[in-house]
Design a binder for this molecule. Sequence first.
Ligand SMILES: [Ca+2]
Length: 478
Amino acid sequence: MGQHRSIQKGTWAVVLLLLSLCTAGQPVPDAARPNIIVILADDAGYADFGFMGSQDMLTPSLDQLAKGGVLFNQHYVSASVCSPSRAGLLTGRYQQRFGHECNLEPEQPTAFDTAQVTLAEALRQQGYRTGIVGKWHLGDFPHQHPLRNGFDEFWGFIAGGRSYFPSKTEDQPGDLRAILHNYETVTFDGYLTDVLGEQAVRYIDDSKGQPFFLYLAFNAPHTPMEAKPEVLNMFQGKTQRPVYAAMMYSMDKAIGNVLAKLKKDGLLENTLIFFTSDNGGAHNNGSSPAPWKGWKGNEFEGGIRTPLIVSWPGHVNAGKTYTGIASSLDIFPTALQAAGTAGNRYPTDGKDLLPYLKSGNYTLHVHDELYWRKDGMAAARVGEYKVLRLQDGQAVLYNLQNDQGEQQDISKGEVKRFNALSGKLQDWEKLLQRPAWKEPEDWNKVTRMIYEDLMNNRPVRAKEPKDLKKKKNETAAQ
Ligand SMILES: [Ca+2]
Protein backbone atom coordinates (compact mmCIF):
# COMPACT_ATOMS: atom_id res chain seq x y z
CA MET A 1 0.00 0.00 0.00
CA GLY A 2 2.73 2.38 1.07
CA GLN A 3 4.71 1.46 -2.01
CA HIS A 4 1.64 1.97 -4.24
CA ARG A 5 1.07 5.37 -2.74
CA SER A 6 4.63 6.46 -3.37
CA ILE A 7 4.40 5.29 -7.00
CA GLN A 8 1.23 7.34 -7.31
CA LYS A 9 3.01 10.31 -5.78
CA GLY A 10 5.90 9.81 -8.15
CA THR A 11 3.54 9.66 -11.14
CA TRP A 12 1.92 12.90 -10.08
CA ALA A 13 5.30 14.50 -9.64
CA VAL A 14 6.19 13.55 -13.21
CA VAL A 15 2.85 14.79 -14.51
CA LEU A 16 3.29 18.08 -12.64
CA LEU A 17 6.82 18.40 -13.89
CA LEU A 18 5.69 17.76 -17.47
CA LEU A 19 2.87 20.27 -17.04
CA SER A 20 5.18 22.88 -15.67
CA LEU A 21 7.63 22.25 -18.52
CA CYS A 22 4.78 22.67 -21.00
CA THR A 23 3.76 25.95 -19.37
CA ALA A 24 7.32 27.24 -19.27
CA GLY A 25 7.78 26.41 -22.93
CA GLN A 26 4.51 27.96 -23.95
CA PRO A 27 5.02 31.31 -25.63
CA VAL A 28 3.39 34.35 -24.08
CA PRO A 29 0.37 35.11 -26.30
CA ASP A 30 1.51 36.58 -29.61
CA ALA A 31 -0.27 39.86 -29.14
CA ALA A 32 1.76 40.52 -26.01
CA ARG A 33 5.06 39.96 -27.78
CA PRO A 34 5.10 41.65 -31.15
CA ASN A 35 8.25 41.78 -33.22
CA ILE A 36 9.75 45.24 -33.09
CA ILE A 37 11.46 46.99 -36.00
CA VAL A 38 13.02 50.45 -35.84
CA ILE A 39 13.89 51.76 -39.30
CA LEU A 40 16.08 54.84 -39.48
CA ALA A 41 16.87 57.02 -42.47
CA ASP A 42 19.97 59.22 -42.28
CA ASP A 43 19.71 62.96 -43.02
CA ALA A 44 16.38 62.83 -44.88
CA GLY A 45 14.50 66.12 -45.32
CA TYR A 46 11.26 66.48 -43.34
CA ALA A 47 8.93 66.60 -46.33
CA ASP A 48 11.02 64.52 -48.75
CA PHE A 49 8.59 61.60 -48.78
CA GLY A 50 5.48 60.89 -50.80
CA PHE A 51 3.49 60.57 -47.57
CA MET A 52 4.65 64.04 -46.57
CA GLY A 53 3.46 65.52 -49.84
CA SER A 54 6.72 65.57 -51.82
CA GLN A 55 6.19 65.95 -55.55
CA ASP A 56 9.59 64.64 -56.69
CA MET A 57 10.41 61.85 -54.22
CA LEU A 58 9.02 58.38 -54.88
CA THR A 59 8.50 56.43 -51.65
CA PRO A 60 5.58 54.04 -52.29
CA SER A 61 6.49 51.53 -49.57
CA LEU A 62 6.77 54.16 -46.85
CA ASP A 63 3.58 55.77 -48.12
CA GLN A 64 1.90 52.39 -47.63
CA LEU A 65 3.40 52.04 -44.15
CA ALA A 66 2.10 55.50 -43.21
CA LYS A 67 -1.32 54.62 -44.61
CA GLY A 68 -1.44 51.52 -42.42
CA GLY A 69 -0.32 53.35 -39.27
CA VAL A 70 -0.11 56.71 -37.56
CA LEU A 71 2.05 59.55 -38.84
CA PHE A 72 3.43 61.93 -36.19
CA ASN A 73 4.06 65.23 -37.94
CA GLN A 74 5.30 67.03 -34.84
CA HIS A 75 7.92 64.50 -33.84
CA TYR A 76 11.40 65.52 -32.73
CA VAL A 77 14.66 63.61 -32.54
CA SER A 78 16.86 64.32 -29.51
CA ALA A 79 19.80 65.68 -31.53
CA SER A 80 20.43 67.46 -34.81
CA VAL A 81 23.28 65.10 -35.82
CA CYS A 82 23.77 61.36 -36.26
CA SER A 83 25.59 59.94 -33.26
CA PRO A 84 23.85 61.65 -30.33
CA SER A 85 20.46 61.15 -31.98
CA ARG A 86 21.12 57.39 -32.16
CA ALA A 87 22.36 57.37 -28.55
CA GLY A 88 19.09 58.99 -27.46
CA LEU A 89 16.92 56.70 -29.57
CA LEU A 90 18.59 53.50 -28.38
CA THR A 91 18.54 54.42 -24.67
CA GLY A 92 15.32 56.42 -24.46
CA ARG A 93 17.26 59.04 -22.49
CA TYR A 94 18.53 62.51 -23.22
CA GLN A 95 21.98 61.44 -24.37
CA GLN A 96 23.56 64.52 -22.74
CA ARG A 97 22.77 62.88 -19.40
CA PHE A 98 25.69 60.56 -20.14
CA GLY A 99 27.93 62.99 -21.98
CA HIS A 100 26.93 61.93 -25.51
CA GLU A 101 26.22 65.49 -26.58
CA CYS A 102 28.40 66.06 -29.64
CA ASN A 103 28.77 64.28 -32.93
CA LEU A 104 31.28 61.49 -32.89
CA GLU A 105 34.65 61.46 -34.61
CA PRO A 106 36.58 58.16 -34.76
CA GLU A 107 38.71 56.84 -31.90
CA GLN A 108 36.84 58.35 -28.98
CA PRO A 109 37.35 56.00 -26.02
CA THR A 110 34.68 57.83 -24.01
CA ALA A 111 32.06 57.46 -26.77
CA PHE A 112 28.91 55.49 -26.01
CA ASP A 113 28.58 54.96 -22.26
CA THR A 114 28.19 51.19 -22.12
CA ALA A 115 26.62 51.38 -18.65
CA GLN A 116 23.45 52.62 -20.38
CA VAL A 117 20.78 50.05 -21.13
CA THR A 118 20.05 49.94 -24.86
CA LEU A 119 16.68 48.98 -26.28
CA ALA A 120 18.37 45.83 -27.58
CA GLU A 121 19.57 44.89 -24.10
CA ALA A 122 16.17 45.53 -22.55
CA LEU A 123 14.34 43.52 -25.22
CA ARG A 124 16.85 40.68 -25.00
CA GLN A 125 15.97 40.41 -21.33
CA GLN A 126 12.39 39.86 -22.51
CA GLY A 127 13.46 36.93 -24.65
CA TYR A 128 13.84 38.82 -27.90
CA ARG A 129 16.42 38.03 -30.53
CA THR A 130 18.14 41.35 -31.26
CA GLY A 131 19.82 42.43 -34.48
CA ILE A 132 21.24 45.56 -36.05
CA VAL A 133 21.62 45.92 -39.80
CA GLY A 134 23.38 49.08 -41.04
CA LYS A 135 25.19 52.02 -39.47
CA TRP A 136 26.31 51.99 -35.83
CA HIS A 137 28.18 55.29 -35.21
CA LEU A 138 28.22 54.91 -31.45
CA GLY A 139 31.93 54.23 -31.05
CA ASP A 140 34.67 52.07 -32.47
CA PHE A 141 36.37 50.64 -29.38
CA PRO A 142 35.75 46.93 -28.66
CA HIS A 143 33.52 47.65 -25.64
CA GLN A 144 31.37 49.96 -27.80
CA HIS A 145 30.64 47.26 -30.42
CA PRO A 146 26.94 46.43 -30.98
CA LEU A 147 27.48 42.85 -29.78
CA ARG A 148 28.71 44.22 -26.46
CA ASN A 149 25.67 46.47 -26.16
CA GLY A 150 22.68 44.19 -26.39
CA PHE A 151 22.69 42.96 -29.97
CA ASP A 152 22.89 39.26 -30.82
CA GLU A 153 23.82 39.98 -34.41
CA PHE A 154 25.43 42.83 -36.35
CA TRP A 155 25.65 43.24 -40.12
CA GLY A 156 26.86 46.70 -40.99
CA PHE A 157 29.59 49.23 -40.33
CA ILE A 158 30.91 51.10 -37.32
CA ALA A 159 31.65 54.50 -38.91
CA GLY A 160 29.32 57.45 -39.51
CA GLY A 161 29.21 56.90 -43.27
CA ARG A 162 30.73 55.00 -46.17
CA SER A 163 30.52 54.34 -49.90
CA TYR A 164 27.37 52.69 -51.21
CA PHE A 165 29.47 50.45 -53.44
CA PRO A 166 32.25 48.01 -52.56
CA SER A 167 35.42 50.06 -52.12
CA LYS A 168 39.06 49.01 -52.24
CA THR A 169 40.01 51.62 -49.67
CA GLU A 170 37.05 51.23 -47.29
CA ASP A 171 36.46 47.49 -47.43
CA GLN A 172 39.67 46.58 -45.63
CA PRO A 173 39.93 44.74 -42.32
CA GLY A 174 40.30 47.32 -39.54
CA ASP A 175 38.75 50.17 -41.53
CA LEU A 176 35.76 51.54 -39.58
CA ARG A 177 33.83 51.76 -42.83
CA ALA A 178 34.31 48.09 -43.71
CA ILE A 179 31.27 45.83 -43.46
CA LEU A 180 31.29 43.59 -40.40
CA HIS A 181 29.19 40.53 -39.80
CA ASN A 182 29.46 40.42 -36.04
CA TYR A 183 33.24 40.77 -35.59
CA GLU A 184 34.31 39.53 -39.01
CA THR A 185 35.05 41.75 -42.01
CA VAL A 186 32.93 40.64 -44.96
CA THR A 187 32.50 41.78 -48.56
CA PHE A 188 29.29 42.59 -50.39
CA ASP A 189 28.22 42.90 -54.00
CA GLY A 190 26.05 45.55 -55.55
CA TYR A 191 24.50 48.58 -53.87
CA LEU A 192 24.70 48.80 -50.08
CA THR A 193 21.14 50.06 -49.51
CA ASP A 194 19.79 47.03 -51.43
CA VAL A 195 22.06 44.73 -49.45
CA LEU A 196 20.96 46.18 -46.10
CA GLY A 197 17.39 45.34 -47.13
CA GLU A 198 18.45 41.79 -48.08
CA GLN A 199 20.28 41.32 -44.78
CA ALA A 200 17.23 42.56 -42.88
CA VAL A 201 15.08 39.99 -44.73
CA ARG A 202 17.63 37.27 -44.00
CA TYR A 203 17.68 38.25 -40.31
CA ILE A 204 13.88 38.04 -40.13
CA ASP A 205 14.08 34.61 -41.76
CA ASP A 206 16.70 33.45 -39.24
CA SER A 207 14.57 34.68 -36.34
CA LYS A 208 11.69 32.26 -36.97
CA GLY A 209 9.98 31.02 -33.84
CA GLN A 210 11.29 33.78 -31.59
CA PRO A 211 10.12 37.37 -31.20
CA PHE A 212 12.75 39.63 -32.68
CA PHE A 213 13.97 43.21 -32.53
CA LEU A 214 15.51 44.62 -35.69
CA TYR A 215 17.27 47.97 -35.77
CA LEU A 216 17.56 48.73 -39.47
CA ALA A 217 19.76 51.80 -39.65
CA PHE A 218 20.24 52.91 -43.25
CA ASN A 219 23.04 55.34 -44.12
CA ALA A 220 20.86 56.62 -46.98
CA PRO A 221 20.49 59.41 -47.95
CA HIS A 222 23.65 60.58 -46.14
CA THR A 223 26.67 61.60 -48.23
CA PRO A 224 28.53 60.39 -50.32
CA MET A 225 25.87 60.98 -52.93
CA GLU A 226 25.96 57.70 -54.84
CA ALA A 227 22.98 56.17 -56.62
CA LYS A 228 22.46 53.04 -58.68
CA PRO A 229 22.78 54.04 -62.34
CA GLU A 230 19.50 52.38 -63.37
CA VAL A 231 17.59 54.08 -60.54
CA LEU A 232 19.27 57.41 -61.26
CA ASN A 233 18.01 57.14 -64.85
CA MET A 234 14.44 57.06 -63.55
CA PHE A 235 14.88 60.51 -62.03
CA GLN A 236 17.07 62.28 -64.61
CA GLY A 237 15.24 65.30 -65.97
CA LYS A 238 12.35 64.80 -63.53
CA THR A 239 13.78 66.58 -60.49
CA GLN A 240 16.51 69.05 -59.60
CA ARG A 241 18.01 66.45 -57.26
CA PRO A 242 18.07 63.13 -59.11
CA VAL A 243 20.86 61.47 -57.08
CA TYR A 244 19.14 62.19 -53.76
CA ALA A 245 15.79 61.05 -55.20
CA ALA A 246 17.38 57.82 -56.42
CA MET A 247 18.95 57.15 -53.02
CA MET A 248 15.61 57.76 -51.30
CA TYR A 249 13.87 55.48 -53.80
CA SER A 250 16.39 52.67 -53.23
CA MET A 251 15.92 52.97 -49.46
CA ASP A 252 12.17 52.85 -49.90
CA LYS A 253 12.49 49.75 -52.09
CA ALA A 254 14.65 48.01 -49.47
CA ILE A 255 12.02 48.85 -46.83
CA GLY A 256 9.36 47.52 -49.22
CA ASN A 257 11.21 44.20 -49.40
CA VAL A 258 11.26 43.97 -45.60
CA LEU A 259 7.52 44.70 -45.45
CA ALA A 260 6.87 42.12 -48.19
CA LYS A 261 8.82 39.52 -46.21
CA LEU A 262 6.76 40.23 -43.08
CA LYS A 263 3.58 39.95 -45.10
CA LYS A 264 4.65 36.70 -46.77
CA ASP A 265 5.49 35.12 -43.41
CA GLY A 266 2.26 36.36 -41.84
CA LEU A 267 4.19 38.56 -39.41
CA LEU A 268 3.01 42.01 -40.45
CA GLU A 269 0.03 42.01 -38.06
CA ASN A 270 2.27 41.15 -35.15
CA THR A 271 5.08 43.57 -35.81
CA LEU A 272 5.39 47.04 -34.33
CA ILE A 273 7.31 49.20 -36.80
CA PHE A 274 8.77 52.68 -36.26
CA PHE A 275 10.21 54.74 -39.09
CA THR A 276 11.96 58.10 -38.80
CA SER A 277 15.14 59.94 -39.80
CA ASP A 278 17.97 60.42 -37.29
CA ASN A 279 17.96 64.17 -37.92
CA GLY A 280 16.66 66.69 -40.44
CA GLY A 281 17.95 67.15 -43.97
CA ALA A 282 21.62 68.03 -44.41
CA HIS A 283 22.87 71.05 -46.38
CA ASN A 284 24.99 68.88 -48.67
CA ASN A 285 22.87 65.95 -49.85
CA GLY A 286 20.07 67.52 -51.87
CA SER A 287 17.50 67.22 -49.10
CA SER A 288 15.06 70.04 -48.57
CA PRO A 289 14.54 71.69 -45.16
CA ALA A 290 11.09 72.88 -46.29
CA PRO A 291 8.88 73.99 -44.70
CA TRP A 292 11.28 74.68 -41.84
CA LYS A 293 14.16 76.98 -41.00
CA GLY A 294 17.53 75.37 -40.32
CA TRP A 295 18.91 71.95 -41.20
CA LYS A 296 21.06 69.13 -39.82
CA GLY A 297 23.48 70.43 -37.17
CA ASN A 298 21.30 73.15 -35.64
CA GLU A 299 18.20 73.10 -33.47
CA PHE A 300 15.86 75.15 -35.62
CA GLU A 301 12.95 72.96 -36.72
CA GLY A 302 14.77 71.82 -39.87
CA GLY A 303 17.48 70.11 -37.84
CA ILE A 304 15.41 68.22 -35.28
CA ARG A 305 11.87 67.75 -36.55
CA THR A 306 11.39 64.53 -38.50
CA PRO A 307 8.29 62.56 -39.47
CA LEU A 308 7.64 59.43 -37.41
CA ILE A 309 5.51 56.53 -38.61
CA VAL A 310 4.21 54.03 -36.06
CA SER A 311 2.61 50.91 -37.53
CA TRP A 312 1.09 47.99 -35.65
CA PRO A 313 -2.00 46.70 -37.45
CA GLY A 314 -4.87 45.97 -35.12
CA HIS A 315 -3.29 47.91 -32.26
CA VAL A 316 -2.60 51.28 -33.85
CA ASN A 317 -5.15 53.01 -36.08
CA ALA A 318 -4.54 53.14 -39.80
CA GLY A 319 -4.14 56.27 -41.88
CA LYS A 320 -4.21 58.80 -39.05
CA THR A 321 -2.02 61.82 -38.41
CA TYR A 322 -0.93 62.66 -34.88
CA THR A 323 -0.31 66.39 -34.53
CA GLY A 324 0.75 66.57 -30.85
CA ILE A 325 4.42 66.79 -29.86
CA ALA A 326 6.32 63.48 -29.61
CA SER A 327 9.98 62.49 -29.31
CA SER A 328 12.27 59.76 -30.61
CA LEU A 329 12.96 59.07 -26.91
CA ASP A 330 9.42 57.63 -26.82
CA ILE A 331 10.37 54.67 -29.03
CA PHE A 332 12.22 52.93 -26.16
CA PRO A 333 9.36 52.85 -23.60
CA THR A 334 6.73 52.22 -26.30
CA ALA A 335 8.61 49.18 -27.61
CA LEU A 336 9.13 47.80 -24.11
CA GLN A 337 5.49 48.29 -23.18
CA ALA A 338 4.42 46.51 -26.36
CA ALA A 339 6.85 43.69 -25.55
CA GLY A 340 4.92 43.08 -22.36
CA THR A 341 7.18 44.74 -19.84
CA ALA A 342 6.77 47.99 -18.02
CA GLY A 343 8.76 50.56 -19.97
CA ASN A 344 9.22 52.56 -16.79
CA ARG A 345 11.51 49.91 -15.32
CA TYR A 346 14.26 51.91 -16.99
CA PRO A 347 15.07 55.56 -16.35
CA THR A 348 13.69 56.89 -19.62
CA ASP A 349 12.93 60.47 -20.64
CA GLY A 350 10.48 59.12 -23.20
CA LYS A 351 6.83 58.19 -22.79
CA ASP A 352 4.85 55.17 -23.90
CA LEU A 353 2.98 56.31 -27.02
CA LEU A 354 0.40 53.52 -26.91
CA PRO A 355 -2.08 55.21 -24.52
CA TYR A 356 -1.86 58.38 -26.64
CA LEU A 357 -2.48 56.33 -29.77
CA LYS A 358 -5.50 54.71 -28.13
CA SER A 359 -6.87 57.99 -26.76
CA GLY A 360 -8.42 59.04 -30.05
CA ASN A 361 -7.32 62.63 -29.41
CA TYR A 362 -4.36 62.96 -31.73
CA THR A 363 -3.72 66.60 -30.87
CA LEU A 364 -2.56 65.87 -27.28
CA HIS A 365 1.10 66.70 -26.67
CA VAL A 366 2.96 63.61 -25.48
CA HIS A 367 5.57 66.06 -24.15
CA ASP A 368 4.84 69.55 -22.88
CA GLU A 369 8.58 70.17 -22.70
CA LEU A 370 11.50 69.01 -24.82
CA TYR A 371 15.14 70.08 -24.69
CA TRP A 372 18.20 69.99 -26.91
CA ARG A 373 21.87 70.89 -26.54
CA LYS A 374 24.91 70.24 -28.69
CA ASP A 375 28.29 71.76 -28.02
CA GLY A 376 26.71 74.39 -25.77
CA MET A 377 24.07 75.50 -28.29
CA ALA A 378 20.69 74.73 -26.76
CA ALA A 379 16.94 74.90 -27.29
CA ALA A 380 13.77 74.28 -25.32
CA ARG A 381 10.26 73.67 -26.57
CA VAL A 382 7.62 74.37 -23.94
CA GLY A 383 4.08 74.13 -25.23
CA GLU A 384 3.89 76.27 -28.35
CA TYR A 385 6.98 78.30 -27.48
CA LYS A 386 10.59 77.63 -28.30
CA VAL A 387 13.75 79.31 -27.11
CA LEU A 388 17.17 78.90 -28.79
CA ARG A 389 20.31 80.01 -26.96
CA LEU A 390 24.02 80.27 -27.76
CA GLN A 391 26.95 79.87 -25.36
CA ASP A 392 27.35 83.65 -24.98
CA GLY A 393 23.71 84.09 -23.98
CA GLN A 394 22.37 85.32 -27.33
CA ALA A 395 18.86 83.92 -27.52
CA VAL A 396 15.57 84.12 -29.37
CA LEU A 397 11.99 83.15 -28.54
CA TYR A 398 9.46 81.97 -31.11
CA ASN A 399 5.77 81.17 -30.91
CA LEU A 400 5.47 78.11 -33.12
CA GLN A 401 1.69 78.21 -33.09
CA ASN A 402 1.59 81.19 -35.43
CA ASP A 403 5.23 81.27 -36.54
CA GLN A 404 6.27 77.77 -37.56
CA GLY A 405 9.01 79.24 -39.74
CA GLU A 406 10.75 80.72 -36.66
CA GLN A 407 10.92 84.19 -38.18
CA GLN A 408 9.75 86.51 -35.39
CA ASP A 409 11.85 86.74 -32.27
CA ILE A 410 9.43 87.78 -29.53
CA SER A 411 11.91 87.64 -26.62
CA LYS A 412 11.84 91.43 -26.14
CA GLY A 413 8.05 91.65 -26.15
CA GLU A 414 7.41 88.63 -23.94
CA VAL A 415 10.17 89.02 -21.39
CA LYS A 416 8.41 87.05 -18.67
CA ARG A 417 7.85 84.04 -20.91
CA PHE A 418 11.35 84.31 -22.31
CA ASN A 419 12.83 84.25 -18.80
CA ALA A 420 10.62 81.32 -17.80
CA LEU A 421 11.74 79.22 -20.77
CA SER A 422 15.38 80.19 -20.32
CA GLY A 423 15.10 79.17 -16.66
CA LYS A 424 13.59 75.81 -17.58
CA LEU A 425 16.38 75.20 -20.06
CA GLN A 426 18.97 75.97 -17.37
CA ASP A 427 17.22 73.66 -14.92
CA TRP A 428 17.33 70.85 -17.48
CA GLU A 429 21.01 71.48 -18.11
CA LYS A 430 21.69 70.85 -14.41
CA LEU A 431 20.72 67.20 -15.04
CA LEU A 432 23.39 66.78 -17.69
CA GLN A 433 26.99 65.68 -17.66
CA ARG A 434 29.71 67.69 -19.27
CA PRO A 435 30.11 66.59 -22.91
CA ALA A 436 32.45 63.59 -22.89
CA TRP A 437 34.06 65.05 -26.05
CA LYS A 438 33.65 68.18 -28.13
CA GLU A 439 33.20 68.83 -31.81
CA PRO A 440 36.15 70.18 -33.80
CA GLU A 441 36.59 73.92 -33.17
CA ASP A 442 36.02 74.85 -36.83
CA TRP A 443 32.65 73.07 -36.80
CA ASN A 444 31.71 74.74 -33.53
CA LYS A 445 32.58 78.12 -35.02
CA VAL A 446 30.58 77.56 -38.20
CA THR A 447 27.58 76.25 -36.27
CA ARG A 448 27.60 79.32 -34.04
CA MET A 449 27.71 81.55 -37.13
CA ILE A 450 24.77 79.64 -38.64
CA TYR A 451 22.75 80.21 -35.45
CA GLU A 452 23.60 83.93 -35.39
CA ASP A 453 22.63 84.35 -39.03
CA LEU A 454 19.41 82.36 -38.72
CA MET A 455 18.47 84.13 -35.48
CA ASN A 456 18.81 87.43 -37.35
CA ASN A 457 17.02 86.18 -40.49
CA ARG A 458 19.99 86.88 -42.74
CA PRO A 459 21.78 84.70 -45.30
CA VAL A 460 24.24 82.31 -43.69
CA ARG A 461 27.93 83.12 -44.15
CA ALA A 462 29.08 79.51 -44.10
CA LYS A 463 27.57 76.05 -43.94
CA GLU A 464 30.73 74.10 -43.24
CA PRO A 465 34.36 74.85 -42.32
CA LYS A 466 35.60 74.79 -45.90
CA ASP A 467 33.29 77.75 -46.67
CA LEU A 468 35.26 79.81 -44.14
CA LYS A 469 38.51 79.10 -45.95
CA LYS A 470 36.88 79.98 -49.26
CA LYS A 471 35.69 83.27 -47.81
CA LYS A 472 39.15 84.04 -46.45
CA ASN A 473 40.72 83.41 -49.85
CA GLU A 474 38.11 85.57 -51.58
CA THR A 475 38.78 88.43 -49.15
CA ALA A 476 42.52 88.05 -49.67
CA ALA A 477 42.08 88.12 -53.45
CA GLN A 478 40.01 91.32 -53.39
CA1 LIG B 1 22.26 61.75 -39.69
